[in-house]
Design a protein around this ligand. Structure first.
Ligand SMILES: [Zn+2]
Length: 341
């Protein structure tokens, strides 16, 4: 009887071969089943077989096993060598491009606005986006009948356990001004950038969420002339030194007198074009002298101090700066759009 049962050896090799997972294991299996030592051990006992027919049969079985074991382990090795090559770095391949992220265009513009006002001595203040009706309307001198208070214009927040609607998603960043005036003494010179919410149906010029920057300056002897000078300096820093501004009388509850700010059209040099509707001017935002009633509410002596405030839209500036004609693009966050900035 032969010392080796080649059939079960073959079976063992096939089973082990099917289970291996790495080139190292493939090399190990090759040594174990088809290496010189393994083959010497398998063929060694042939000399102890005396019967020639049996010896011949044993030799045939060994030869068949040897051929099988070499071929089987060779294929295993090749398979794992190929796999290892695919996984390693191929320096002849073209490089894959690395896509780095960038700041959202609205963030870029907001940062630029903040930089300009910081340069003029303003500090940055922020406040909550869920705001009380007191800070968002009452303290800002918004009359009870004012349409901004309507449920159809403002997102009210229904707080559990409260029987009336006391909270809103802030409709402007002005509540930040109230909070600052309550806690700080003049001179106050701040800007308040941030998101605000209004119940608008989205179209090319409206979105229910947008970003504002408001500025506030309160001190002794602060005049409308200071407001005009500061606003002009800001728009020149953003759009160029030949920019002009004009102030048109308007009404805002928070300020008295109030004015809308127009900037000379950057597309036609104030000559008149389609963008400025042939007027030469672009509407940019609101402004005015802080109503003395507002100063009284926050405990600042309105006999001694005066102040002004202005507001502007970040999206409005970004649309003009980047030539974007649909506000919604800033909020859809399509990477094909965003990657252009
Ligand atoms: Zn124009």
């Amino acid at each position: 009887m032969s010392k080796f049962d080649f059939d079960s050896l073959r079976k063992e090799l096939e089973e082990k071969g099917a289970a291996i997972k790495s080139l190292d294991e493939a090399q190990h299996i090759r040594n174990e089943f088809a290496g010189r030592k393994a083959m010497t051990a398998a063929s060694g006992s042939i000399s102890s077989i005396k019967e020639p027919a049996e010896r011949k049969e044993y030799g045939k079985a060994f030869g068949a096993y040897k051929a099988f074991a070499v071929q089987f382990t060779d294929e295993l090795l090749q398979q794992f060598e190929r796999r290892a090559k695919q996984q390693s770095l191929d320096l002849t391949l073209p490089g894959s491009r690395f896509h780095s992220g960038s700041l959202h265009p609205l963030t870029q513009v907001q940062n630029e606005v903040i930089d300009v006002f910081r340069g003029m001595g303003f500090s940055v203040e922020t406040g909550p986006e869920v705001e009380s009706v007191f800070y968002n309307f009452d303290a800002l001198n918004t009359p009870e009948w004012h349409p901004a208070r309507d449920l159809s214009d403002t997102f009210y927040v229904d707080m559990k356990g409260e029987d009336r609607l006391n909270w809103v998603l802030r409709t402007e960043t002005s509540p930040v001004q109230i909070r600052v005036m309550q806690t700080k003494k003049p001179p106050i010179r701040i800007i308040a950038p941030g998101r605000v919410y209004r119940s608008d149906k989205p179209d090319a010029t409206h979105t229910p969420i947008f970003s504002q920057v408001e500025g506030l300056y309160v001190d002794e002897g602060v005049s409308f002339a200071d407001l005009k000078g500061t606003v002009l300096a800001f728009y020149r820093a953003m759009f160029g030194s030949d920019i002009k501004t004009r102030f048109r009388p308007h009404f805002f509850p928070f300020t008295e007198p109030s004015a809308e700010v127009d900037m000379s059209c950057i597309f036609c040099g104030a000559k008149g074009c389609r963008v400025c509707k042939h007027s030469g001017w672009l509407e940019m935002g609101g402004s005015g002298m802080v109503d003395p009633k507002v100063l009284d509410v926050v405990g600042i002596d309105s006999e001694k101090y005066t102040g002004w405030a202005f507001g502007l839209g970040i999206e409005r500036i970004a649309m003009l700066k980047f030539g974007v004609n649909d506000l919604r693009l800033f909020y859809e966050n399509d990477v094909r759009f965003l990657s252009q900035f």
